[in-house]
Write a protein that binds this ligand. Structure first.
Ligand SMILES: *Cc1c(COP(=O)(O)O)cnc(C)c1O
Length: 392
């Protein structure tokens, strides 16, 4: 048997990520590969840094993309900021908070967990209690937008409380960046990481990060070496740092960075706040349709992420079969529940380029038809009209 070229189908990606990639970004990615120290490439790197600062709303000099997915951005923050023996407070209200605990422990530090029910935001009072009980804590970590549940936490307040107790902060903004309000400098966030494949609608495999002066100070004054050679920012800075004296650290994913650059240019054209508003508008229309169908949301309205909709299931249906039909008949991907939410919710993503009126209407129409065909207990035939009314 001979294996030939791979031609993926044209899907509509409305799960928890990756989201639909804007064709402009795919086109940018296919441009000629040049050297990773080519002066033309170095100027692209500088533009990426500038655009990224504008996206994070920060003046932080150490703002750049890590050459690996969001999980590597997470790990970069932890391995650089945490030293063995330290105490780190991790607020955990879903799958990604659990991963933070794992990162802390692998750094040889102790994680104090502030636990919250899945679907709820992190409770600032509980964080404050933990900080009072653990004056030795050096750092507070939490997820801004928990993609496993669809809940957003009040990052500004959590960071402020952490600073009141002299802790640095690590914030997961993988799903929030470009989809929800996020202000790195105004909120005084010390270390933040995101991903390219959620609301930036870029190809997966890059993780933007940013570090405050206080964070850099800590990294430069560590007692121990960062245990990861690849992620040691003291070394990565030699390549991504200031000026034209760039030295080889690793070969940057050149074409993926063309794509990332394009995604940031597209966001700049739209305007960051317009992007937040678009995500909200499309969520409102999806919500109108979901509710008209008689289905509900897992998360309280006040804490609901517009870009990740955790929808409760109609009674007695095989949720995996519904997703399978959406994929095979409509080329439409929605997400299943993750971790303890498996089999309990669907996760409908409206992220980046996928957050469009067309996708909202397509998804509602498809879901309505597939569920009706399965004799599910829903109010059939109302969802799309409800969404159209909301758009009007
Ligand atoms: C997707 C996601 C990650 C991991 O990003 P990858 O690019 O899949 O490694 C981390 N945190 C949150 C909140 C996410 O949604």
């Amino acid at each position: 048997m001979s294996i030939s070229s791979f031609h993926p189908p044209q899907r509509i990606l409305m799960g928890p990520g990756p989201s639909d990639v804007n064709p402009r970004i795919l086109e940018a990615m296919s441009r000629p590969t040049i050297g990773h120290l080519d002066p033309m490439f170095v100027s692209l790197m500088d533009e990426v840094k500038t655009l990224l600062q504008e996206t994070f709303l920060t003046k932080n000099k150490l703002t750049m993309p890590i050459s690996a997915p969001g999980s590597a951005g997470m790990e970069t923050c932890f391995v650089n900021l945490i030293e063995p023996g330290e105490t780190v407070i991790v607020c955990q209200n879903g799958v990604f908070g659990m991963r933070m605990i794992e990162n802390v422990e692998r750094c040889g530090a102790t994680a104090i967990v502030v636990e919250e029910a899945w679907g709820s935001p992190v409770d600032p009072n509980k964080l404050e209690e933990a900080l009072k009980a653990h004056p030795e804590a050096s750092t507070v970590a939490f997820v801004h937008a928990e993609t496993s549940t669809g809940a957003i936490s009040d990052a500004k307040t959590l960071v402020q409380i952490a600073h009141d107790y002299d802790c640095l902060t690590i914030v997961d903004a993988v799903t929030s960046l470009a989809g929800s309000e996020l202000r790195v400098d105004d909120w005084n966030i010390d270390a933040i990481y995101s991903g390219t494949q959620k609301c930036l609608s870029c190809v997966p495999g890059i993780s933007p990060v940013s570090f405050s002066e206080a964070a850099i100070n800590k990294i430069q004054n560590r007692n121990t070496k960062v245990q990861s050679w690849f992620m040691d920012l003291n070394l990565v800075m030699g390549y991504w740092g200031e000026g034209s004296q760039r030295s080889y650290h690793h070969t940057a994913p050149i074409n993926a960075l063309y794509a990332f650059h394009e995604s940031l240019v597209i966001l700049q054209e739209e305007g960051l706040e317009n992007s937040w508003a678009r995500h909200k508008r499309n969520h409102q229309a999806l919500k109108a349709g979901i509710e008209a169908m008689g289905l509900g949301f897992f998360v309280d309205e006040a804490y609901r992420l517009p870009q990740l909709n955790a929808v409760t299931l109609p009674e007695g249906i095989d949720e995996a079969a519904v997703r399978q039909q959406l994929l095979s008949r409509y080329n439409l991907e929605i997400g299943a529940g993750l971790g303890s939410m498996a089999g309990k919710i669907w996760r409908i993503g409206l992220m980046g380029y996928a957050s469009s009126q067309q996708n909202v209407l397509t998804c509602l129409g498809a879901l309505d038809a597939v569920l009706t065909n399965m004799n599910a207990k829903i109010d059939s035939g109302k969802a799309v009209t409800a969404a159209l009314k909301e758009f009007d």
